[in-house]
Design a protein. Sequence first.
Length: 80
Amino acid sequence: MLVYPVEKGFLDLPRDRWPRVIASLKPEFVTVGQDGVDVMIKPDFDGGWGYFVPKEGKTPPFPPGSCTYVDEGVYWYRPY
């Protein structure tokens, strides 16, 4: 996994820095933040759909019921 130090806010990860597996999902954008990595597949005004990988020891910063654990620290999220 790519590691980027982010103290506040988030960092947009340029497309040319996306790992091949993430690029194969054809996301709209990928951001790295204090809580983890957000792979936004389809943005929407109420949150959108995508994958989130929280930093070790953290949980996804989404409302209860909007995330589903997929596997190995990866969560799928949907509008809430």
